[in-house]
Ligand binder design. Structure first.
Ligand code: NAD
Ligand code: UDP
Ligand code: UDP
Length: 347
């Protein structure tokens, strides 16, 4: 049941102050913006099981209540429907800022108004959360993206690389939005002394991913399960490096708790062409799944692979789950969500 009756009372008038540093582990008050989304909900699970109090702030643009529903009724969990473009008053110790319309379907195909609202979320939304962090002295973590490297001329990508982003391309609203968010984050750090952390996340997959958000792993898995052909864009020789969500969450938490600002690449260095990925999906789900080639989108990065030396050295972090181990865990979740509904329909 949806037991959030206390939700509105928690909003705005939260009176629990900052927990002294020495007591940090005893239970922090943590905001996760975008916490009803794919990555956010897994992060929330870890924070709650660690003993922290978590406030999820989400406007459900792509997030779903189902992703966090298992925490309803837990007094250490709150869910607030709120758009981060609007100011937000809370008293917290840490802010994980994940809210962002991240799905490629939206930014590649939507009307201009929607695209502008993406930019607003990244710019005004990030500004608001930084303002909040400044006011209450909270530590702020930005989930940036490997897309800040654009179509990279350096391979693999190191954090010191400034990137090769087309400012007027079809995916620029996302890339430039995140680049601006990084800029604001560092400005608040330097100018206002806000404690900040920046993660540059590389392609991540796992259970609870949006089924129809157009990302390659979710597309291929859903297509193979539905007995549809796998749609490979372009010649399929472009590469990506796929990280399982639990590895990312571990990296985000280490980054937040550690002493280093970053930016840090968080990704799995295992690099695959899209054709190789299609093959792994075939092996995992259906060896007879067909492949269909489609024209690629403009400005599609040709290759992407994180150099994670910095995260290894300074955070003691590296991914543990290879694609062939992680994919089956995502497949069982997708199978349940795709066919679970079907069964209900037909019964
Ligand atoms: P997601 O779409 O599942 O989650 C984003 C969440 O933000 C959703 O719950 C959505 O409803 C919420 N949201 C969007 N706009 C909002 C707004 N204005 N106010 C409040 N909430 C809002 O995507 P995800 O994959 O979980 O991504 C989480 C973060 O990680 C994003 O910032 C994304 O850019 C970053 N990231 C993800 C990947 C990846 O491969 N998954 C790669 C690079 C960066
Ligand atoms: N803000 C917020 N919650 C807070 C504090 C600030 O949402 O607890 C917003 C505020 O509305 C502003 C932004 O964060 O739009 C930046 O705040 P800051 O104090 O840095 O700038 P100022 O309000 O002085 O322009
Ligand atoms: N892609 C594909 N088939 C699909 C969806 C995507 O071949 O059904 C390709 C896409 O062109 C890109 C790569 O997969 O080269 C990764 O795309 P995604 O949108 O998942 O992530 P991003 O481009 O943001 O890294």
């Amino acid at each position: 049941a949806y037991q959030n009756g206390h939700l509105t009372t928690g909003f705005g008038i939260n009176s629990v102050g900052k927990i002294p540093l020495g007591l940090k582990r005893k239970g922090l008050r943590i905001v996760v913006t975008g916490g009803a989304g794919f990555v956010g909900s897994h992060l929330v699970d870890r924070l709650i099981s660690r003993g922290d109090s978590v406030i999820v702030v989400d406007n459900f643009f792509t997030g779903r209540k189902e992703n966090v529903m298992h925490h309803f009724g837990n007094p250490r969990f709150e869910l607030i429907r709120h758009d981060v473009v609007e100011p937000l008053l809370l008293e917290v110790d840490q802010i994980y800022h994940l809210a962002c319309p991240a799905s490629p379907v939206h930014y590649k195909h939507n009307p201009v108004k929607t695209i502008i609202s993406f930019f607003f979320t990244n710019v005004v939304g990030t500004l608001n959360m930084l303002g909040l962090a400044k006011r209450v002295g909270a530590r702020f973590l930005l989930t940036s993206t490997s897309e800040v490297y654009g179509d990279p001329l350096q391979h693999p990508q190191v954090e010191t690389y400034w990137g090769n982003v087309n400012p007027i391309g079809v995916r620029s609203c996302y890339d430039e939005g995140k680049r601006t968010a990084e800029t604001l984050t560092m400005d608040y750090h330097r100018g206002a002394g806000v404690e900040v952390r920046i993660a540059r996340i590389f392609n991540t997959y796992g259970p609870r991913m949006c089924i129809d958000d157009g990302r390659v792993v979710s597309n291929f898995v859903a297509q193979a399960l539905r007995k549809e052909p796998l749609t490979v864009y372009g010649d399929g020789k472009q590469t990506r490096s796929f990280q399982f969500v639990s590895d990312l969450v571990e990296g985000l938490m280490r980054l937040m708790e550690g002493e280093h600002v970053g930016p840090f690449n968080l990704g799995n260095p295992g690099e695959f062409t899209m054709l190789e990925l299609a093959q792994v999906v075939q092996e995992t789900i259906d060896p007879n799944a067909k492949i269909e080639f489609r024209p690629n989108t403009e400005d599609d990065p040709h290759k992407r692979k994180p150099d994670i030396s910095k995260a290894k050295e300074q955070l003691g972090w590296e991914p543990k789950v290879p694609l062939r181990k992680g994919l089956p865990m995502m497949v069982s979740d997708f199978r349940q969500r795709i066919f679970g509904d079907h069964k209900e329909d037909s019964s």
